[in-house]
Design a protein around this ligand. Structure first.
Ligand SMILES: [Zn+2]
Length: 171
């Protein structure tokens, strides 16, 4: 089960970066900019972690921000949290996975909002817990997705873009 979770998360990391869509003959690429996710990290990373003093919280936040900016995988964030701040392995892993899932998903939605061509998203989730299983396959507005990037620590939620109809596009 642990292995499965790790695989899924890696896939999300890959697909979160670049998404290619086909609209008829047109291929539109929405480029995922890590800068967008890094901005979310700068403003909000580590907000939800309990039991941190302000100094540690700021250090963790900047670790996540710079790691996201450099496209480092969550495993690297985990290592930094263990080595630099003395977090336990399991706590560091939860923080690294959860925090990067939040900022990458929010960045993913922001790219959609700015593109103007994404209508909604389809939720991919259901990583073994009841609540998330019910979200799997649902269609959410971009606002809903932005407000709910994940539902719980270690959540494996991903979004897929549903593009707007392009009927009015010139030939
Ligand atoms: Zn979940």
């Amino acid at each position: 089960m642990e292995k499965y979770a790790e695989e899924s998360f890696k896939t999300g990391w890959e697909s979160g970066k670049h998404t290619l869509h086909n609209i008829g003959a047109n291929v539109i690429e929405l480029h995922y900019d890590n800068q967008v996710a890094a901005e979310f990290a700068k403003d909000h990373a580590a907000d939800l972690i309990v039991g941190l003093d302000e100094t540690t919280r700021n250090m963790v936040r900047s670790t996540i921000e710079s790691s996201v900016k450099e496209e480092l995988p969550w495993q690297d964030i985990k290592t930094q949290l263990v080595d630099s701040y003395g977090f336990s392995e399991s706590r560091a892993e939860t923080i690294a996975r959860t925090e990067s899932a939040i900022v990458y998903n929010q960045g993913f939605i922001q790219v959609a909002q700015e593109s103007g061509i994404v209508d909604s998203v389809t939720v991919s989730d259901g990583d073994g817990d009841e609540e998330c299983a019910s979200y799997d396959g649902q269609t959410w507005t971009l606002e809903e997705a932005m407000d709910n990037p994940i539902s719980h620590p270690n959540c494996l939620r991903e979004f897929e873009y549903n593009l707007k109809e392009t009927a009015d596009e010139g030939e």
